[in-house]
Design a protein around this ligand. Structure first.
Ligand SMILES: *[C@@H]1O[C@H](CO)[C@@H](O)[C@H](O)[C@H]1NC(C)=O
Ligand SMILES: *[C@@H]1O[C@H](CO)[C@@H](O)[C@H](O)[C@H]1NC(C)=O
Ligand SMILES: *[C@@H]1O[C@H](CO)[C@@H](O)[C@H](O)[C@H]1NC(C)=O
Ligand SMILES: *[C@@H]1O[C@H](CO)[C@@H](O)[C@H](O)[C@H]1NC(C)=O
Ligand SMILES: *[C@@H]1O[C@H](CO)[C@@H](O)[C@H](O)[C@H]1NC(C)=O
Ligand SMILES: *[C@@H]1O[C@H](CO)[C@@H](O)[C@H](O)[C@H]1NC(C)=O
Ligand SMILES: *[C@@H]1O[C@H](CO)[C@@H](O)[C@H](O)[C@H]1NC(C)=O
Ligand SMILES: *[C@@H]1O[C@H](CO)[C@@H](O)[C@H](O)[C@H]1NC(C)=O
Ligand SMILES: *[C@@H]1O[C@H](CO)[C@@H](O)[C@H](O)[C@H]1NC(C)=O
Length: 632
């Protein structure tokens, strides 16, 4: 997805193709794709707009008989919006459905007809991001889709927005050739807490204060949405968008924030999307290969990336981002009418910052910074700092325990012979931080232990005409909260995330200035979470989301002129309350089958809702299933 002048990139690619038609150094790539065989000419067809599917993160069901309200916020046609400020609209919480809410869903709907590239977009409320999304490429008959995202964890902002301005950025270019205008509407759907759940909760409120047991326990509020959310985003976002635009590995972007001195828990929620030369970072060869073959592609710097969070220049956490494939990526026919994993709702990554509160709660401004190891232009990155405040005291005391910067160990094995080459990278980082916070709930020590492992292989064979990409990224995080006095464990969250990707592609000269590209792809997103809190709940959740795609395309310039593709998807989610499975088969733009199986255990629902913080308000933790991929 080029954020800068795609026309130049189109010329670049053409130039490259003349040099060496079938070399794959510049692939995967992105293409515009009026569906082969679809009627030509914008809007001439009589067929209704086709509905595109986003099967990645189904939103949870609201509890039965909860009052609900829908607030339409913004409606905008994104035509020639390249370089323009974000579209804005006023937002206020619904009078008819006051907080607290059991579930809040953000709904982003788009419709478009004609010819257009995929684009990146984001929704912010007062500079704090709520959704990162990418768009689907239209057909002449038109397409539409809706992304629904659970934003309950952003209740503090939605309840009490400091400015009440919702912004949507979507940079689009419209000309004679790329005619598609994205019509977008954003609304928010609020579900209240039904009386039967509100009552269930109040009888068992917080541990330490009421019951005074020998060891204090974590309060329920610890697992509910944060009390305050501070955006870590571009200060001049009103004119250029609130994301930081990271250009290289030494480009660290930061924001100074003052954290209330009553903060007893802090979690940073990070949004990222790579573009331009790093859109396909997991398949980039090292620069030596590009140089030795006199290639002109900017897609280099090899195939490892890691997003790093730091607090006052202390490394505080990191993750390998899930490789999201946008709808024009690899072979756009793969993604009609089902988007790739996460393309409509990009995963976000949580970094637990509670051990660092000792640095933050002194009432002064501190720097939270974001950077990308080995990144090249460009990465759109920002974050929200979620803070939980002590209701009974205006200041906590806290300290970070002994701190050592964890080392990234990385080995690279490269071999090249003209256009053939093999590039292997192994990366590993282990970190362990702990810190204590004494609030009115007690003195608790939080220890965060993370282990990140990634293996990346990019291989070119057959004079560079065949390319194989394998990525295996794995991250395990364990957050343990103990009573600082007795050492007894009072809460624990374990998360294990895995992102395997395998891609095989072959190009051949198609004659007459065209080429044929065949590709096979499998990728998956798997996240397992276990959470328990003494006296409150114990729960496990598992998500396994997989896609496999195979097909070919005939390409002239950057346009797909013929081709065929089949994609299958299997989504499986289970937790104490039930399981959801969805299996979808698509072929050449049509859905062949879409099977959904859901089962809920009545006992499970009752137990999880009663034990787990009244309704869905413990989302931050339990819904680690969904969009919060990395460290919870
Ligand atoms: C987008 O909105 C414009 C203006 O309301 C309308 O004319 C056009 O038909 C819409 N396009 C689609 C694809 O819905
Ligand atoms: C990295 O990007 C920043 C911001 O664009 C720029 O100022 C800096 O010169 C770049 N550094 C390198 C080594 O390219
Ligand atoms: C790259 O260019 C240099 C200088 O023009 C030339 O000597 C070399 O043979 C070229 N290498 C390849 C692989 O084409
Ligand atoms: C390249 O791919 C083609 C088509 O899949 C296959 O027949 C050929 O054996 C491959 N060549 C190499 C060197 O991998
Ligand atoms: C909290 O516990 C830590 C670790 O045991 C201890 O060093 C610290 O002094 C305690 N803080 C307070 C304010 O009691
Ligand atoms: C080659 O492509 C051009 C359009 O780019 C077309 O007009 C011409 O008929 C094609 N020739 C052959 C032999 O397919
Ligand atoms: C894709 O997989 C099929 C079936 O396993 C195989 O026949 C084909 O050669 C593969 N294509 C590529 C480009 O690797
Ligand atoms: C597309 O390719 C298929 C299979 O090779 C062929 O039968 C068909 O005629 C092609 N369509 C066009 C428009 O070239
Ligand atoms: C959906 O169910 C039908 C009937 O049982 C089966 O034939 C089909 O293969 C299933 N589709 C998927 C994608 O599992």
């Amino acid at each position: 997805m080029p954020l800068r002048a795609p026309s130049i990139r189109r010329r670049l690619l053409l130039h490259l193709l003349l040099l060496l038609v079938p070399a794959l150094a510049d692939f995967p790539d992105r293409y515009s794709s009026p569906r082969p065989g679809a009627s030509a000419g914008a809007g001439l067809g009589n067929a209704p707009a086709q509905e595109y599917l986003d099967p990645t993160y189904p939103t949870p069901r609201p509890p039965p008989s909860a009052p609900s309200c829908v607030v339409p916020v913004l409606s905008y046609s994104f035509a020639n919006t390249y370089g323009a400020p974000p579209a804005t609209a006023a937002y206020a919480p619904p009078a008819g459905c006051p907080a607290p809410w059991s579930l809040v869903v953000l709904s982003f709907s788009a419709a478009i007809t004609g010819d257009q590239y995929d684009r990146v977009a984001a929704v912010w409320l007062d500079g704090a991001e709520l959704l990162r999304t990418t768009t689907a490429e239209p057909t002449p008959d038109g397409i539409r889709w809706t992304v629904r995202k659970d934003v309950t964890r952003h209740s503090a902002l939605l309840r009490d927005p400091p400015g009440g301005v919702l912004s949507v950025m979507l940079e689009n270019l419209v000309n004679d050739q790329y005619t598609g205008v994205y019509n977008v509407s954003v609304s928010l759907e609020f579900h209240g807490v039904p009386a039967y759940l509100a009552d269930a909760g109040s009888s068992s409120s917080a541990g330490a204060v009421d019951s005074n047991p020998p060891t204090p326990t974590l309060p329920e509020s610890y697992f509910q949405p944060a009390d305050l959310i501070l955006p870590i985003s571009e200060a001049t976002g009103n004119s250029i968008g609130f994301w930081f635009r990271i250009q290289n590995s030494s480009d660290s972007r930061s924001k100074l924030v003052s954290v209330p001195s009553s903060t007893y828990r802090a979690v940073l929620e990070v949004f990222v999307s790579p573009h331009s030369n790093d859109e396909f970072w997991y398949s980039n060869p090292p620069d030596i290969y590009i140089r030795e073959n006199n290639l002109t592609t900017g897609r280099g710097n090899a195939a490892y990336r890691e997003v790093v969070v730091s607090v006052d220049h202390h490394f505080a956490g990191s993750f390998v981002p899930f490789p999201v494939i946008y709808t024009g990526g690899i072979n756009p026919l793969f993604w009609q009418p089902m988007a790739a994993l996460g393309a409509f709702n990009l995963p976000t990554y949580d970094v637990e910052l509670t051990p660092f509160l000792g640095l933050l709660v002194d009432g002064k401004a501190h720097e939270i910074a974001l950077s990308v190891v080995d990144g090249i232009a460009e990465w759109l990155v920002d974050a929200n700092l979620h803070l939980w405040l002590d209701p009974a005291s205006s200041s906590v005391s806290a300290a970070l325990d002994r701190y050592r910067t964890p080392r990234l160990s990385i080995t690279r094995r490269y071999s090249t012979r003209l256009l053939d080459g093999s590039f292997k990278i192994r990366a590993k980082r282990k970190s362990r931080f702990s810190g204590w916070v004494k609030s009115s709930f007690g003195n608790f020590t939080t220890e965060v232990e993370t282990e990140l492992k990634a293996t990346s292989v990019v291989e070119f064979t057959h004079q560079g005409r065949n390319k194989t990409v394998r990525l295996q990224a794995e991250q395990e995080t364990e957050i343990t909260v103990r009573s600082s006095e007795t050492g007894k464990e009072v809460g624990k969250v374990e998360t294990e995330a895995k992102f395997p990707l395998w891609l095989e592609m072959v190009t051949e000269d198609g004659g007459n200035g065209t080429y044929v590209m065949r590709a096979n792809l499998t990728h998956s997103l798997s996240v397992e979470t276990g959470a328990e809190a003494e006296g409150l709940f114990e729960r496990e959740a598992r998500l396994a989301d997989e896609q496999a795609a195979a097909g070919w395309m005939l390409v002239r310039d950057h346009a797909v002129v013929n081709g065929s593709a089949a994609t299958t998807q299997a989504y499986r989610y289970s937790d104490g309350a039930g399981r959801v499975e969805r299996a979808i088969d698509t072929l050449d733009g049509a859905v062949l089958s879409d099977n959904v199986t859901e089962s809920y255990s009545a006992l499970g629902v009752a137990a999880s809702t009663a034990a787990c913080c009244r309704g869905r308000r413990c989302h931050g933790i339990v819904a680690a299933k969904c969009s919060d991929v990395a460290a919870m």
